[in-house]
Design a protein around this ligand. Structure first.
Ligand code: ADP
Ligand code: MG
Ligand code: MG
Ligand code: MG
Length: 398
C-alpha cells in the first residue's frame, strides 16, 4: 500500500473487494480475470456463481510508455466515474451503469458489457453496426450541449470546470495527437516503407503544420463543453441495436468538435483499412458502405439533435438571434473535420497505433492503407471545401 492507502488490485484482491461491497456473498465462488488491454489501467471482470458479472476498472499511477513510465494522476479515475454519472443523466442508454466509486483505490465498479463487442475489433472483422453513427450523434449532441454555456447555467459551468481540470491526460493528447506525429521524434513509430513519404509530405509540409498548430490551439483554448476526450472506436461497445461508450478518463472542457472528429477519424480509419482485409469471399464493399452511412449519420444526427436542443433548452439570451445556431454548428463541423485529420495521421505514425492497420498481414496492403490514411488526413486538414458529411465521405473514399 502507498502512504495514501492505494494498492493496485490483483484478481484475488479484486474478488475480496467486490465481496466486501456485497456484490457477492463471502463464501461464493467468484471467477475473476484481468481483461484490460491498455497500459494505463487494470480492468477486472468478475463472475459469480449464478453468472452475475461486474467490472472493476482501476487506474494505475503511471503509464507504461516505451519501456519508460509516465506518471499519471489517479484523479482520472474520479473524473471517469463522475463523467459516466453525469453523462448517464443525459443519455442513460448509451453509457455503462456506475455501481460504485472509490477515490482512494482509484476505481469504478460498473456494469459488465461483455455481451457487446468493442467496435474497433468488430469493424476490423467486417461487422457492421447500423445504429452506431446515430447513437454517437445523439451521445455527442446531448452530452456536449448540456455541459455547454447553451445548455447549463453559465455560472454552474464555471464551477463544473474546476472538477474537470485534467492536465495529465490533456498533456497526452497535446503531445501524442497534436505535436509528436508532426515532427521527427523518437516516440513515433513509422513503418520502414513509409519514412520517405512522412518526411516529405508531413514533416516538411509547412502548410500542414500550420493547420495542425491551429487545430491544437482550438483544443488548448476552446473550453466549450465537457468532452469525453478519447472517443475512438476502442471506447465503444456495440451490437446490432445497442451502443455504449466507455472510458471517459480524458474528459475536460474542450471544443465540441473534438469528440465528433475523433469518432469520424476512427470510422475513416476503419474504412481505409478494409482493403487490407478484403478476400475473394468478401470484398468488404458491404462493410465500407455501412461505414460511409455511419459517417454521415453521426453528423446528421448530431446536427439535428443539437439544433433541437438549442431551440428547446438554450439558456443563453442571444440564442434566438437568426443565424447564430447555424453559424455555431458550422464552426463545430469545421473543427471536427480538422481533428479527424489529425486523428488519421497520429494513428498511422504516432505512438498510439491502431489494430485496424497493424493487423493487416500483407506488408504491401498495410503500407497502402497507411499511405491512404496519411493522404486523407492531410486533405481533411487542408481542404476548405468539406462543408458536408457527404463531402467528408467523398474525401475518405477517394
Ligand atoms: P483503458 O482506459 O485502459 O483503455 P478501457 O476502459 O478502455 O480502459 O477498458 C479496457 C478494456 O477493458 C476494454 O477494451 C474492454 O475490453 C474491457 N472493458 C472495460 N470496461 C468494460 C465493461 N464495462 N464491460 C466489459 N468490458 C470492459
Ligand atoms: Mg484500451
Ligand atoms: Mg480505452
Ligand atoms: Mg482510457
Amino acid at each position: 500500500a502507498t502512504e495514501h492507502g492505494y494498492t493496485p488490485l490483483t484478481i484475488d484482491t479484486a474478488i475480496q473487494y467486490a465481496k466486501g461491497q456485497s456484490y457477492f456473498t463471502q463464501n461464493e465462488e467468484v471467477y475473476g480475470e484481468e481483461i484490460g488491454d491498455g497500459n494505463l489501467n487494470l480492468v477486472f471482470r468478475l463472475t459469480g456463481q449464478d453468472g452475475q458479472r461486474l467490472i472493476i476498472k482501476q487506474a494505475l499511477p503511471y503509464a507504461k510508455v516505451i519501456g519508460d513510465s509516465w506518471p499519471l494522476t489517479l484523479d482520472r479515475a474520479r473524473i471517469e466515474s463522475e463523467v459516466l454519472t453525469i453523462y448517464g443523466t443525459y443519455v442513460p442508454e448509451l453509457v455503462p451503469k456506475v455501481l460504485h466509486t472509490d477515490s482512494v483505490q482509484a476505481l469504478t465498479v460498473m456494469e459488465d458489457l461483455s455481451h457487446l463487442q468493442i467496435a474497433r475489433k468488430a469493424l476490423k472483422k467486417g461487422d457492421h453496426f447500423p445504429v452506431l453513427g446515430e447513437a454517437i450523434g445523439r451521445y455527442t449532441a446531448h452530452t456536449l450541449f448540456f455541459t455547454s454555456d447553451f445548455g447549463m447555467n453559465q455560472q454552474d459551468k464555471k464551477q463544473l470546470q474546476k472538477r474537470f481540470c485534467n492536465p495529465d491526460l490533456c498533456k497526452i493528447t497535446e503531445e501524442l495527437f497534436f505535436t509528436d506525429p508532426f515532427y521527427d521524434v523518437e516516440s513515433n513509430s513509422i513503418d520502414e516503407g513509409l519514412q520517405a513519404y512522412v518526411k516529405e509530405h508531413i514533416w516538411n509540409d509547412q502548410t500542414l503544420l500550420f493547420a495542425v498548430a491551429k487545430a491544437k490551439y482550438q483544443f488548448l483554448t476552446k473550453a466549450e463543453a465537457l468532452l469525453h476526450g478519447d472517443l475512438h472506436t476502442g471506447s465503444i461497445f456495440a451490437d446490432e441495436t445497442q451502443t455504449k461508450v466507455i472510458d471517459p478518463e480524458f474528459a475536460f472542457f474542450g471544443p465540441v468538435g473534438f469528440d465528433i472528429g475523433s469518432f469520424l477519424g476512427n470510422l475513416a480509419i476503419a474504412h481505409i483499412s478494409q482493403a487490407g482485409y478484403a478476400t475473394a469471399d468478401d470484398d468488404r464493399q458491404t462493410a465500407k458502405q455501412s461505414l460511409q452511412q455511419q459517417m454521415m449519420s453521426v453528423w446528421k444526427t448530431f446536427e439535428d439533435e443539437y439544433a433541437t436542443l438549442w431551440q428547446n433548452h438554450n439558456v443563453e439570451p442571444h440564442a434566438s438571434i437568426p443565424g447564430w445556431s447555424e453559424k455555431h454548428i458550422e464552426a463545430i463541423w469545421k473543427d471536427a473535420v480538422r481533428f479527424a485529420g489529425c486523428e488519421l495521421i497520429r494513428r498511422t505514425i504516432g505512438l498510439a497505433l491502431v489494430e485496424d492497420f497493424e493487423s493487416i498481414a500483407d506488408k504491401d496492403r498495410k503500407l497502402a492503407a497507411k499511405t491512404a490514411a496519411l493522404r486523407v488526413g492531410k486533405h481533411l486538414l487542408l481542404s476548405t471545401n468539406i462543408h458536408t458529411s457527404e463531402a467528408f465521405v467523398k474525401a475518405v473514399v477517394s
